[in-house]
Design a protein around this ligand. Structure first.
Ligand code: ATP
Ligand code: MG
Length: 430
C-alpha cells in the first residue's frame, strides 16, 4: 500500500511510495533517485550489486519526471532529505516521461513566465510554485470559515448576462443563440437583488470577466472575486468585516502554511494589524500630487502611479474613503450632508487596490436618477430596479480580488503567478 513520502520514517521498516522522478544520478556502482510526491521528497538508493535485475533495468530505462512505484526497505541516513533513504526491492515505471522536458522542474535553468505558463502542469510540479496554490487554498478556506461562521449564505449568480453591470467598455460579448450577451464583469446586481430577496448576508467567490485592454502585471481578463453583500449594514460595518477577513486570511497562512512559506523563502509572514487607517480621498489626492510627476487633482481617478505613491506614504493596508460620487458607480450611496461625496471605499495594499465597496442606494427613485446621471439607460436595468420597488433593505458590500490578495501577500511580481491558467490579452491556452 502506497504511503505519502512525508510519512516514510526510518523506523517504518518497509514502505511503498509512488511519485515523480525528481532527480536521477548514476555514480557507477550506485544510483541515486529523488522521488517526489505532493508531501515531499525521498532518496531512493540503488546499490547495483544488491538489487534484483528487474529493478536495475527499470532504473536504467526511467527518465526524469516519470511516475514510478517503488517499494523496499527504509534506512536512516544522515545526508539524505528527511534523514532516510529507500533501498528498492521492486521498481515499476507507471508512466514514462518523454525527454527532453519542455520545462526544467528542478529549476537549474530559470524559465520565463511565458514558458512556465505554456507548460503550467510541469511548472506547478515545482514545490515553490505549488506552494502559491496551497497558500491560495488556505486563504479561500479562511474566507469561507469567516463568512460561514457569521451566517453568510453562499450564492452562485449567472456569468452569462444581457447587459453591463456598470456600463462601460470592459465587457466581452459572446454568441448566445440569436441574442446579444456578455460575460459578467461582477455579481454586483445579483447580490443586491438577493438583499431584496431577504437573504441579508450573501457571498460568492467566482469569476469576473473584464475586457481590460492593457496588459499589466495586476490585471487579468478572468479574475476571481470574493463578493459580499450585507443588509442593514453601513459601509463602516462592511469595512470592518473586510479588514477582519483579510487579517484572518493572513493569520491562517501564517499559522498553517509554514512549509509552503518556507518553500517560497518567506521567513515570517507579517499579519497586518487591525484598524487599517482610513484616508479621505481628498488627502490621498494631496499626497499623490506632491509625489508624482503627472498632474492629479480632486475628482480624478487614482491611477497606478498615484496608488504607488500613496501606498509608500502609508506603508500598510489602508482604506481610501469619502470618494467623489462622480467617479464611483451609480449604486454608491451619496452622503446626506454632501451628495457630491459618497459612502464608497477602496481597500488598499501599499502596492495596489485590493477591494472596492460601498453602502448602496436602496431607494428606487434615487437609484434611477443616479443611473441617468451616469448617462446610462434605466430601462436596460429594469430586472435589477424592480426589486427596489417592493421593499429593499438598506445594504452595503464589497468585492475583493482573490489574485491580488495572494499576489500582495506573497510579494509576487505578476498577478499571473497567482492563477493556475491565466487569461490575458494574448493567452487563451492552456
Ligand atoms: P483597478 O482600478 O485596479 O483596475 P477596479 O477598480 O476596476 O480595479 P473593481 O471593479 O473595483 O476593480 O473590482 C473590485 C476588485 O476586484 C478590485 O479591487 C480588484 O482586486 C479585483 N479586480 C478587478 N478587476 C480585476 C482584474 N482585471 N484583474 C484582477 N483583479 C481585478
Ligand atoms: Mg475599484
Amino acid at each position: 500500500m502506497r504511503i505519502p513520502i512525508q510519512e516514510v520514517t526510518p523506523g517504518i521498516g518497509k514502505a511503498e511510495i509512488v511519485g515523480f522522478v525528481h532527480e536521477l544520478r548514476d555514480l557507477g556502482g550506485l544510483s541515486f533517485l529523488l522521488i517526489r510526491d505532493r508531501t515531499g521528497i525521498i532518496q531512493v538508493t540503488v546499490p547495483k550489486k544488491k538489487v534484483p535485475e528487474h529493478v536495475l533495468s527499470a532504473v536504467r530505462e526511467v527518465s526524469r519526471e516519470s511516475v514510478v512505484r517503488v517499494s523496499g526497505t527504509v534506512k536512516a541516513i544522515e545526508k539524505a532529505p528527511g534523514g532516510r533513504e529507500l533501498v528498492p526491492e521492486t521498481f515499476e515505471i507507471v508512466s514514462l516521461a518523454q525527454s527532453p522536458l519542455p520545462l526544467d522542474v528542478v529549476e537549474k535553468v530559470p524559465a520565463e513566465l511565458d514558458t512556465r505558463l505554456d507548460s503550467r502542469f510541469l511548472d506547478v510540479r515545482r514545490p515553490r510554485v505549488a506552494a502559491v496554490f496551497h497558500i491560495r487554498n488556505a486563504c479561500i478556506q479562511a474566507v469561507y470559515e469567516q463568512l460561514f461562521s457569521r451566517g453568510f449564505i453562499q450564492i452562485t449568480t449567472p456569468k452569462v448576462v444581457a447587459a453591463a453591470t456598470e456600463g462601460g467598455t470592459e465587457l466581452f460579448p459572446i454568441a448566445y443563440f440569436e441574442k446579444e450577451a456578455f460575460l459578467n464583469q461582477s455579481p454586483q446586481l445579483y447580490k443586491q437583488m438577493m438583499m431584496g430577496a431577504g437573504f441579508e448576508r450573501v457571498f460568492e467567490i467566482g469569476p469576473i470577466f473584464r475586457a481590460e485592454e492593457h496588459n499589466t502585471t495586476k490585471h487579468l481578463n478572468e479574475a476571481t472575486s470574493i463578493d459580499v453583500e450585507v443588509s442593514y449594514a453601513s459601509h463602516h460595518d462592511v469595512m470592518e468585516l473586510l479588514e477582519e477577513i483579510v487579517i484572518a486570511a493572513y493569520r491562517k497562512v501564517a499559522d498553517s502554511c509554514g512549509q509552503f512559506l518556507e518553500q517560497m523563502e518567506i521567513r515570517d509572514l507579517p499579519v497586518p494589524a487591525s484598524g487599517f487607517p482610513r484616508l479621505p480621498y481628498s488627502e490621498a489626492i494631496e499626497i499623490a500630487a506632491k509625489k508624482i510627476d503627472e498632474p492629479i487633482a480632486y475628482g480624478d481617478d487614482i491611477g497606478t502611479a498615484a496608488e504607488k505613491a500613496i501606498g509608500e506614504e502609508i506603508g500598510s493596508h489602508y482604506f481610501i474613503v469619502d470618494w467623489p460620487t462622480a467617479i464611483k458607480p451609480y449604486y454608491a450611496m451619496p452622503c446626506e450632508h454632501d451628495p457630491s461625496v459618497c459612502k464608497a471605499f477602496d481597500m488598499m495594499h501599499p502596492r495596489m487596490e485590493l477591494s472596492s465597496g460601498s453602502e448602496r442606494i436602496h431607494q428606487h427613485d434615487l437609484l434611477v436618477r443616479q443611473i441617468q446621471a451616469k448617462g446610462l439607460n434605466p430601462e436596460s436595468f429594469s430586472f435589477y430596479l424592480t426589486p427596489f420597488r417592493y421593499g429593499m433593505p438598506p445594504h452595503s458590500g464589497w468585492g475583493l480580488g482573490a489574485e491580488r490578495l495572494i499576489m500582495t501577500m506573497l510579494g509576487l511580481q505578476n498577478i499571473r503567478e497567482a492563477v493556475l491558467f491565466p487569461r490575458d490579452r494574448h493567452r487563451l491556452v492552456p
